[in-house]
Design a protein around this ligand. Structure first.
Ligand SMILES: Cc1cc2nc3c(=O)[nH]c(=O)nc-3n(C[C@H](O)[C@H](O)[C@H](O)COP(=O)(O)OP(=O)(O)OC[C@H]3O[C@@H](n4cnc5c(N)ncnc54)[C@H](O)[C@@H]3O)c2cc1C
Length: 430
C-alpha cells in the first residue's frame, strides 16, 4: 500500500472511529470462513514466526535485549512496516490484525512485542491524529527496511497505572514560540527511550482528570526526552521496557495530536459540563484490546501444541501420558478455552472494525478471556511436561512467564471486569 493510499484508508477509519459515518452495521457480515487474503497473510506470518522468530526466542529471552536483527529481518520482508500494518488494518472484517498477531506471538511473545510494540503508538496517532500528522509520523515510527526504528506509547506513570486520570505529566502551551513544554515521568513504556517517535499522554488541565488529557508526538532526538531505568522483567524479556523522563521537553505546536483547535473545543465542552467525545489514552486502549487478546492467544496455542506433542511422546507406566484421562482432558480443556477465547477476540475485532458499538464492553471481554486463558493454559502446559516443563530447556516455562503480562498491561483483569460490569449494568461500579 502506498503512503497516500494508507493515509486515505486511515482517514476513513478515523471517520468511522469518531462516528462520522453512517455505514455502521452495513459492512461485511461476521464469518469464520477466512478469505484467501486472510489465509495468505496467516501463512506468511506463520512462516516468519516458525522460521525466524521461534529459533531466536530463547537467545533473546536470555539476553533481555531488543532483537534488532530479527526486527530487521521482519522489516526486510515487509512484515515490520507501515504498509503491512496498514494492510492488516484495511481488512474490512477486522480479522486480519488478530490473525497476524496470533501467528507472530505463537512464534514468541517477547520478540513479537519487540516487533508489534510500535503499533500502540501508531494506533494513538491513527486514532487521534489529523491526516497530515498520520502521513508525517506513522512512517517515521517504522523507519525504513534498511534502518528500522521503533515507537513508544507513554501513558503509565509511577502513580498512574490503572488510574489513568492520575497522570501528572503536564503539557503547557507557550504561545510565543508555538510550542508545548512537557514535564513528567513515564513508567513501563514499551520501547521507551530507544524509540524514535514517542507518543506521550499529558494533562493540559489537571482539574479535568482524564478529560483534560492530550496526546503529543515527541519527535526523534527532542531535547529533554530521556530514557530512565530499564525494567528487568519476569517475561516478555526480548521487549524493551523503561521509564521515560520528560524534562522541559519542547515540541512544536503541530505535535499535539488532533490539533489545538480540536483540543480547545473539547476542553470548553468539558468545562461547560458537557460530555467529552474522547479521552486520549482510553481511546487507544479500547481499540487495541482485541489485538492484545490475539497476542495472548498465540502464546496459549503455542503452549497447547507443544504439550500435546509432548504428551503423545512421553511414556510413563508403560504408556504415553496422554492415555491418562487427567492429561487428555486437560488438553481437551486447553483447546476448548483457546477456541472460545478466539471467538471473543474475532467478534470484538469484527465489531470494532465494522462500526458496531461495544454495548457490553466486548473489547474488554476479549482481552480478559484471552489473557486469562493464556496464563492458565501455559501453567497447564508446564504441568503436562512435569520437571522438564519447569526448566529453561523447554519453552513452556518461558511461555508462562510471557503470558502473565496479559492479565496486567492494557488494563488489568480487574479493570476489564470493572469495564464489563459497568457496561452490562449501567451502574458506576467501583
Ligand atoms: C511489560 C510491560 C509493558 C508495558 N507497556 C506499557 C506501555 O507501552 N505504555 C504504557 O503506558 N504502559 C505500559 N505498561 C504499564 C501497564 O499498562 C500498567 O502496569 C497497568 O496498567 C497496571 O498499572 P499498575 O502497574 O500501576 O497497577 P495498579 O494500577 O497499581 O494495580 C495494582 C493491582 O490493583 C488492582 N486494581 C487497581 N485498581 C482497581 C480497581 N479499581 N478495582 C479492582 N482492582 C484494582 C489491579 O487490577 C492490580 O491487580 C506496561 C507494563 C509492563 C509490565
Amino acid at each position: 500500500m502506498s503512503d497516500t493510499a494508507a493515509v486515505a484508508e486511515a482517514e476513513a477509519l478515523v471517520a468511522e472511529a469518531t462516528g462520522d459515518t453512517d455505514g455502521a452495521g452495513e459492512g461485511p457480515k461476521f464469518t469464520l470462513e477466512l478469505n484467501q487474503d486472510q489465509k495468505d497473510i496467516r501463512e506468511w506470518v506463520h512462516g516468519f514466526a516458525e522460521g525466524v522468530v521461534r529459533p531466536a526466542a530463547e537467545e533473546w529471552d536470555e539476553r533481555e535485549e531488543t532483537p534488532w536483527p530479527v526486527i530487521q529481518e521482519a522489516a526486510k520482508i515487509g512484515l515490520y512496516s507501515f504498509e503491512a500494518l496498514g494492510q492488516f488494518w484495511a481488512d474490512e472484517t477486522g480479522l486480519t490484525l488478530p490473525i497476524a498477531n496470533e501467528e507472530l506471538f505463537w512464534g514468541d511473545a517477547g520478540i513479537g512485542m519487540a516487533i508489534m510494540g510500535t503499533s500502540l503508538a501508531v494506533a494513538a496517532i491513527f486514532g487521534q491524529g489529523t491526516p497530515e500528522q498520520m502521513g508525517e509520523w506513522i512512517p517515521q515510527c517504522f523507519g525504513s527496511a534498511d534502518d528500522p526504528k521503533v515507537a513508544a506509547f507513554c501513558s503509565s506513570e509511577p502513580d498512574a497505572g490503572s488510574d489513568v486520570s492520575a497522570i501528572r505529566t503536564t503539557a503547557k502551551y507557550d504561545e510565543a514560540t508555538d510550542e508545548w513544554i512537557i514535564n513528567g515521568q513515564k513508567a513501563w513504556a514499551t520501547n521507551g527511550g530507544i524509540a524514535d517517535v514517542h507518543v506521550v499522554i499529558a494533562t493540559v488541565d489537571r482539574e479535568l482528570g482524564s478529560r483534560g488529557h492530550a496526546a503529543f508526538i515527541v519527535p526523534p532526538g527532542t531535547k529533554g526526552c530521556e530514557q530512565g531505568a530499564k525494567v528487568k522483567k519476569h517475561g516478555l524479556r526480548a521487549s524493551h521496557t523503561a521509564d521515560v523522563h520528560l524534562d522541559d521537553c519542547r515540541v512544536p505546536g503541530a505535535c499535539l495530536l488532533g490539533g489545538k483547535e480540536k483540543l480547545d473545543e473539547r476542553l470548553a465542552r468539558v468545562r461547560e459540563g458537557k460530555k467529552a467525545k474522547s479521552q486520549a489514552a482510553m481511546q487507544t486502549f479500547e481499540a487495541s484490546r482485541p489485538t492484545v487478546g490475539a497476542q495472548a492467544l498465540g502464546i496459549a496455542r503455542a503452549a497447547y501444541e507443544y504439550s500435546l506433542d509432548y504428551a503423545k511422546e512421553r511414556r510413563q507406566f508403560g504408556k504415553a501420558i496422554i492415555e491418562n484421562q487427567a492429561i487428555a482432558f486437560t488438553l481437551a480443556d486447553m483447546k476448548l478455552e483457546i477456541d472460545a477465547a478466539r471467538l471473543l477476540v474475532w467478534r470484538a475485532a469484527w465489531m470494532g472494525r465494522s462500526g458496531h458499538k461495544f454495548e457490553n464492553a466486548e473489547g474488554s471481554m476479549s482481552k480478559l478471556k484471552a489473557g486469562e486463558v493464556a496464563v492458565w493454559a501455559t501453567e497447564r502446559a508446564i504441568q503436562i511436561l512435569g520437571g522438564n516443563g519447569y526448566t529453561r530447556e523447554f519453552p513452556v516455562e518461558r511461555m508462562h512467564r510471557d503470558a502473565k503480562i496479559y492479565t496486567i498491561f492494557e488494563g488489568t483483569s480487574e479493570i476489564q471486569r470493572l469495564v464489563i460490569s459497568r457496561a452490562i449494568s449501567g451502574v458506576h461500579i467501583k
